[in-house]
Design a protein. Structure first.
Lengths: 153, 235
């Protein structure tokens, strides 16, 4: 992300201190995560102490201070998905991508996350890739789904 | 001016004063930990809690952050307040038993044991250092990071801060990160040293009263002398 792009977002919000969350959300939408340099730039341009920006981003779970991949894989670990074999799905993805939960593959293509419940227990065990739901998963389907997204890179 | 009643005392205070200001102005002792003259009040330690209201509708509020209101009925040392304070000190002690300030508070309130798992931490998240850094040192180098059980005080990205001048203000004001209070007794989780020492001054010296607070600070000289005498008597 270029410095000019950040300036554009800052200008859009009129450099208002009360819009800090929206600004960071807008930046994250483009950049996928918030690197230290971007936080420093925002803090300087908006005249907010860096520690305030850092406190805010560590307080909310929806801000990511670690690199995130192009495709976000979310595995449901709710009760219904758990009894239907959610952990097996998760383990399969872990071994396929060779990463742990909340980590990103070295080629920055995939990030793995878990979620408590997605509210679609009838489809369980459930896996979400880029906000698209893949229901009634099994280890075989996991492999083919991941392959589908690996090819596109 | 606002009229209110504090510990059965009808008092008049100026608008904008906190209940703690009122109590301190009229000489009513209210224990504090995260309050400091010159820093804004934050209400983190809750030790300054007072009971407001009459009858069944009473509430415990932190007096440092509660503004004085017209006709308020305040009790600073009711049974409920004292019991709650004791519990708070016990919890603080469990978090940080090495702090002399907390040990002193515990002995002043006669907290004799800690019933919780002792963590031996070095931070009670009172926020004094954060406010010191921001308000007195004008640096704003440290702040609260993360939340819930992971909340801690740190610099941005846990790295050396560009705005920190290493003035040491945060360490100066910290009530927790200091050397352990070595009371006269072998220290356990609660040293209670200062509370458990019998007052020696009045017995030994009839014509003067010692005002050291807490009592027992003179133990090193007089206490040793007394112990020797006791031993000699036994022999």
């Amino acid at each position: 992300m270029k410095k000019a792009d950040i300036d554009k977002i800052l200008k859009k919000h009129d450099y208002k201190k009360s819009s800090l969350i929206s600004i960071l959300q807008d930046i994250q939408e483009v950049n996928r995560w918030l690197p230290p340099e971007i936080l420093k730039q925002v803090s300087e341009k908006m005249n907010i102490p860096l520690i305030d920006v850092y406190s805010l981003t560590t307080f909310y779970k929806s801000f990511y201070l670690k690199p995130r991949g192009k495709h976000i894989i979310t595995v449901c670990s709710g009760t219904a998905c758990h009894v239907r074999g959610g952990p097996r799905i998760l383990n399969e993805i872990k071994s396929q991508l060779n990463i742990d939960v909340d980590e990103t593959t070295p080629d920055k293509n995939f990030s793995l996350e878990t979620v408590r419940c997605l509210g679609a227990c009838a489809l369980g065990p459930l896996m979400v890739v880029d906000k698209k739901y893949y229901g009634q998963m099994n280890p075989k389907k996991v492999v083919s789904t991941i392959k589908k997204f690996s090819k596109k890179k | 001016m606002i009229n209110l009643m504090i510990d059965g005392l009808d008092v008049q205070v100026e608008e904008g004063a906190s209940l703690l200001d009122v109590a301190q102005f009229y000489g009513i002792p209210v224990p504090t930990l995260c309050h400091h003259d010159g820093l804004t009040d934050y209400g983190a330690c809750r030790l300054c809690i007072v009971e407001i209201g009459k009858g069944k509708n009473t509430k415990l509020v932190s007096s440092c952050t509660y503004p004085a209101e017209q006709g308020l009925f305040v009790r600073t040392n009711s049974k409920r307040v004292v019991e709650a304070r004791k519990m708070l000190v016990e919890l603080l002690l469990a978090m940080c038993p090495s702090s002399k300030i907390i040990q002193d508070l515990a002995s002043a309130m006669e907290v004799k044991k800690v019933r919780f798992k002792v963590e031996h931490g070095d931070c009670i998240l009172c926020g004094l250092c954060v406010r010191m850094c921001e308000e007195q040192m004008m640096a704003k180098a440290i702040g609260f990071v993360n939340r819930g059980k992971d909340r801690k005080i740190s610099t941005p990205f846990d790295a050396k801060s560009d705005v920190c001048r290493t003035c040491g203000g945060c360490m100066y004001i910290c009530p927790a990160c200091e050397l352990r209070c070595e009371g006269p007794d072998a220290p356990g989780d609660v040293c209670g040293g200062c509370a458990n020492v019998e007052p020696v001054c009045l017995e030994d010296e009839n014509d003067k009263m010692c005002f050291m607070d807490p009592c027992g600070w003179c133990y090193n000289e007089l206490g040793r002398k007394k112990e020797k005498e006791k031993k000699n008597n036994k022999l």
